[in-house]
Design a protein around this ligand. Structure first.
Ligand code: SAM
Ligand code: DTB
Ligand code: SF4
Length: 336
């Protein structure tokens, strides 16, 4: 019988998972991974920054905040044809999901109308669509759904009690409200966070506890390792122990068994051996393509070679009719 989907995790239970001996934690995570997924399949998403820099928010990790001197040039919203060309290239390289990101606190209605055109065009190319545009009002979420949006990315980023140390221009509750609007519109959620920002293990546990106790587990859970960018307040933060990063992936897999757990930002600074450990710990999704939003990511050729060496293959898009909702507890297999 597959692991039960729970929404009542305590901090103590979460910490107890983090505290397991490393081999025991990885073994348990690997068993749970196999219950619902083929462990050789990895979902591949390509990111595109459709509106770069100049953001009014003060997220201490982010190179796109207008408050920090990171050398990044602010740009206007990309033209539709340019987005279509990038999506076509991503599809040709093997991506199945295309995620459009904008450095906004919250989009204006006219921005949402422009992004809706991009979403419709990308969806028509046979790609899954994802957008991350900041805080959304319920009507905006609904109009993106109508345009063909599959996923909305909106990260909780860290534990509630550490959030104010990282971001002061919005509240944790604002994030939860947008996630509620997104779910109500019938969009799938992509929601995770960043580790390596100087948080404690208890705070990493707090992030995963909050994610797993949402009313529905996110369809995708991106676990980002902080990309340290010069000029941001978090540049120079002590590096997280790589094994602690792997533990975070494994605990996410155990707590959200039916979700795609994405080994997200930070892969460019990781060895291939560390990435392989993350796949063993239950990660089954990556960002694919030489750029994240503004920073680097491994080359397509390097990822294809890594997949070949590890015997991994890209996951096909699951048809809507065959989608197992992340919150539906699968029945036990019938005895033959
Ligand atoms: N502006 C929107 C928002 O913040 O929701 C969407 C774009 S924002 C860049 C998307 C996510 O990227 C953030 O929530 C954060 O988790 C991640 N991110 C930004 N800068 C990062 C960094 N330096 N390292 C790792 N993840 C980062
Ligand atoms: C997510 O969780 N990570 C992505 C995506 N969702 C939008 C963004 C990572 C950004 C890393 C820093 C940059 O490239 O600007
Ligand atoms: Fe703006 Fe998003 Fe960066 Fe925060 S994470 S500064 S909201 S682009």
């Amino acid at each position: 019988m597959p692991a039960v989907i729970r929404h009542d995790w305590t901090r103590e239970e979460t910490l107890a998972l983090f505290d397991l001996p490393f081999p025991e934690l990885l073994h348990r995570a690997s068993l749970v991974h196999r219950e619902r997924f083929d462990p050789t399949e990895v979902q591949v998403s390509t990111l595109l920054s459709i509106k770069t820099g100049g953001c009014p928010e003060d997220c201490a990790y982010c190179p796109q905040s207008a408050r920090y001197s990171t050398g990044l040039k602010a740009e206007k919203l990309m033209a539709l044809d340019d987005v279509i060309a990038k999506a076509a290239a991503a599809k040709a390289a093997g991506a199945t999901r295309f995620c459009m990101g904008a450095a906004w606190r919250s989009p204006k209605d006219k921005d949402v109308a422009e992004v809706a055109k991009m979403v419709g065009a990308v969806k028509a190319m046979g790609l899954e669509t994802c957008a991350t545009l900041g805080m959304l009002k319920p009507e905006q979420a609904a109009s993106l759904k109508v345009a063909g949006l599959d996923y909305y990315n909106h990260n909780l980023d860290t534990a509630p009690e550490f959030y104010g140390d990282v971001i002061k221009t919005r509240e944790y509750q604002d994030r939860l409200d947008t996630l509620e609007a997104v779910r109500t519109a019938g969009l799938k959620t992509c929601c995770g966070g960043i580790v390596g920002m100087g948080e404690t293990r208890e705070q990493r546990a707090g992030l995963l506890q909050t994610l797993a106790n949402l009313p529905e587990h996110p369809g995708s859970v991106p676990i980002n390792r902080l990309v340290q960018v010069e000029g941001t307040p978090l540049h120079g933060t002590a590096l997280l122990d790589p094994f602690e990063f792997v533990r975070t992936i494994a605990v996410a897999r155990l707590m959200m068994p039916a979700s795609m757990v994405r080994l997200s930002a930070g892969r460019n600074e990781m060895s291939e051996e560390l990435q392989a450990l993350c796949f063993l710990a239950g990660a089954n999704s990556i960002f694919y393509g030489e750029k994240l939003l503004t920073t680097g990511n491994p080359d397509v050729e390097a990822d294809q070679a890594l997949f070949a060496r590890l015997g991994l293959k890209p996951m096909a898009v699951v048809e809507e009719s065959k989608t197992v909702h992340a919150d539906i507890v699968c029945p036990a297999p019938q005895a033959a």
